[in-house]
Design a binder for this molecule. Sequence first.
Ligand code: GDP
Ligand code: CA
Length: 443
Amino acid sequence: MTVDPRLTASSDPGRMTSSRLPILLALVFSSLFPVFSHSNREMWFQDLFPPNTCPINAKTNTFYGIMFDAGSTGTRIHIYTFVQKSPEILPELEGEIFESVKPGLSAYADQPEKGAESVKRLLDMAIDAVPPHLWKKTPVVLKATAGLRLLSEEKAQALLSEVKEVFEESPFLVPEDSVSIMDGSYEGILAWITVNFLTGQLAGHNQHTTGTLDLGGASTQITFLPRFEETLKESPRDFLTSFEMFNSTYKLYTHSYLGFGLKAARLATLGALNTEVADGQMFRSSCLPKQLEAEWHFGGVKYRYGGNKEGETGFKPCYLEVLKVVKGKLHQPDEIRGSSFYAFSYYYDRAADTNLIDYEQGGVLEVRDFERKAKEVCDNMERFSSASPFLCMDLTYITALLKEGFGFRDNTLLQLTKKVNNIETSWTLGATFHLLQSLGITY
Ligand SMILES: Nc1nc2c(ncn2[C@@H]2O[C@H](COP(=O)(O)OP(=O)(O)O)[C@@H](O)[C@H]2O)c(=O)[nH]1
Ligand SMILES: [Ca+2]
């Protein structure tokens, strides 16, 4: 089957990104929305309107998918719009509406109804964004990540069932298993699909793809397509997953490290991760400003933390502290040392916070740039006191995670990316493709 492989991955109709997705989408949509894919006859008035505003197009050719990301630090809604401009041309990803709220669902561990309310507020946006006649055909799904993985089964389930009720009371299509905790390996794979799709690297058969690094609050993922037999041989078996999408099978290396997200790593560095916190207990670190004493809430728990009043502070002692958290804890595939990776989430945020990259545009960095910035911040904490008190610890952790955790070289290139063609680089787009595929298409 030969198909035009173009797909617009942008709300800017001028920009095109290559992909084989249209093959999938054509089938997905003809199965999901058969009435639309067959009702696109030429109308006499079509030429009078620009394509996006033509009433027949607005009525018949726009489809939506709603994906919630219940992350450890926040809940986000992604409303994707797809357009099939004519039966011969395949559907295109037209744009995304994105909104987020803080804190994440896990902060409502003891008040599940309140947690579900935060989801409801976001879902109300979808009611405004999706035209009423398409509500019933628009699937809505929520996938929770590390924050809920760290809660007890009972508390996590209570939150999920409250959210499910919100979905069922909504006018949208609620598929089976619409509210769940996502397996960590999917998180990496789906983010890899999103990024390589948006950058056009899944087009054609001679695939050159780029690995992805996601640094969340509670977990972190690394995903890439191995090029060397050695990697396949030497990797733990559960780090290799075959995944079918866009009519191709990808055998990916992926792993999600629970407890190695930026915020969990703060707790680990402070010695407060996975411990019973006694009332008033104080956790201290050389990565924090000497005189600091403060409180921090994470995952529904309150922590008191502060600087080393009498002892040392600065990059060297901080690096040694952080090293204990990562050294020897992560698998180091040889092949990644010289490759470049896309990096997002907290890699992006901390690089942008310290002007290593432009907040809007992102940029390309070497691993050593994070180390240089960590030294600058940790050895001059008073100069950076208006920023987060954790800035030194965060940058030092990112440096140690990349170098000592994954084993990257100082000169490994990282492409820091928040959006590609105006679409968020999040696992949610990959998950939406997967959702549409599972709603009726098998390859
Ligand atoms: N660019 C982008 N960043 C996101 C998105 N969702 C989450 N993040 C980032 O992810 C980080 C927080 O991780 P989170 O998802 O809450 O924690 P996790 O559950 O451990 O993955 C922050 O740096 C957010 O800015 C998104 O849709 N787009
Ligand atoms: Ca995340």
